[in-house]
Ligand binder design. Structure first.
Ligand code: 13P
Length: 233
C-alpha cells in the first residue's frame, strides 16, 4: 500500500521537527510518501520515508518570482509531487492545461506526479462524476507516453469528502476506480477524503484501492499509527 501524507499548509519549523520525531517511530510495511510544505521539504531527509512536494511550477527555473521548479524539487530529493489538488484548482484557479504542463515538468525530472481528481457534491448529484473525471484525466495525460501514464499515480479525492468526515460508499469508490482504470489501466490509484483510523476498516474492503492520500490524519502521528496498523492487519 502507498500512504501519502499531505501536510497542506501546516506545521511551523519547530512543529515539523517534533512531528518528524513522532513519525519515524511508526513501524509499517506501507510505502510512506511525506508531502510537507516547500519550507519543510528542505529541512531534513528521513530514512524509509519518501519525499513528495505539494505543488510545482508549470515553468522551468528562471525569472518566475515565488515559483518552485521541478528541477529544484529534484535537487531536494523529492520523488513525488501532488498536482491538481482541488484546493489549488479552487483557490489558485489552476486549470487542467496548467496541470498538464506541471506533470510534464515533473516527468522531465523523473519525479512521479500524484494527480488529484474528483467531483463536487453538486456534480455528483447531477450525475457528472464520469464527465468530470474524464476531462481531468484526459487533459492531464494527453501528452504523456504510455510509460509515463503507467507511472502516474491518481488520487481520487471527492471534493465533498475532503475534511468533512463524510466518505463515499465502497460501491461508489469501486465504480469510480473502475472508470479511471479504463483510461489508465496500469496506474496506481489512491483514495483521499476524510480517510481515518475509524473508517479504514470499511475502506480497506475496496480491493481496487492501491493506497491513500491523507490530509488531516497526516498531522496526527498517533492516529496515523492506528490507521496503518488496521490497514495492514
Ligand atoms: P482530509 O484527509 O483532511 O479529508 O484531506 C484529504 C486531502 O485533501 C488530501 O490531499
Amino acid at each position: 500500500m502507498i500512504v501519502a501524507l499531505n501536510n497542506k499548509s501546516n506545521l511551523t519549523k519547530e512543529e515539523y521537527k517534533n512531528y518528524i520525531e513522532d513519525l519515524i517511530k511508526i513501524e509499517c510495511q506501507s510505502k510512506i510518501i511525506l508531502c510537507p510544505t516547500f519550507l519543510n521539504l528542505g529541512s531534513m531527509t528521513v530514512k524509509d520515508i519518501h519525499l513528495g512536494a505539494q505543488n510545482v511550477s508549470s515553468t522551468a527555473s528562471g525569472a518566475y518570482t515565488g515559483e518552485v521548479s521541478a528541477s529544484q524539487l529534484k535537487s531536494y530529493n523529492a520523488e513525488y509531487c501532488i498536482v491538481g489538488h482541488s484546493e489549488r484548482r479552487e483557490y489558485q484557479k489552476e486549470s487542467n492545461e496548467e496541470i498538464s504542463l506541471k506533470i510534464n515538468k515533473l516527468f522531465t525530472e523523473g519525479i512521479i506526479p500524484i494527480l488529484c481528481v474528483g467531483e463536487t457534491k453538486e456534480q455528483r448529484e447531477n450525475n457528472q462524476v464520469e464527465a468530470v473525471l474524464k476531462e481531468e484525466i484526459l487533459s492531464a495525460t494527453k501528452t504523456l507516453s504510455n510509460e509515463e501514464k503507467s507511472k502516474l499515480i491518481i488520487a481520487y479525492e471527492p471534493i465533498w469528502s475532503i475534511g468533512t468526515g463524510i466518505i463515499p460508499t465502497n460501491i461508489e469508490i469501486t465504480a469510480v476506480f473502475k472508470y479511471i482504470k479504463e483510461f489508465l489501466p496500469d496506474s496506481k490509484i489512491l483514495y483521499g477524503g476524510s480517510a481515518n483510523e475509524k473508517n479504514v476498516d470499511i475502506l480497506k474492503e475496496v480491493s481496487l484501492i492501491d493506497g491513500y492520500l491523507l490530509g488531516g490524519l497526516s498531522l496526527k502521528p498517533q492516529d496515523l499509527k492506528i490507521f496503518l496498523n488496521k490497514l495492514e492487519n
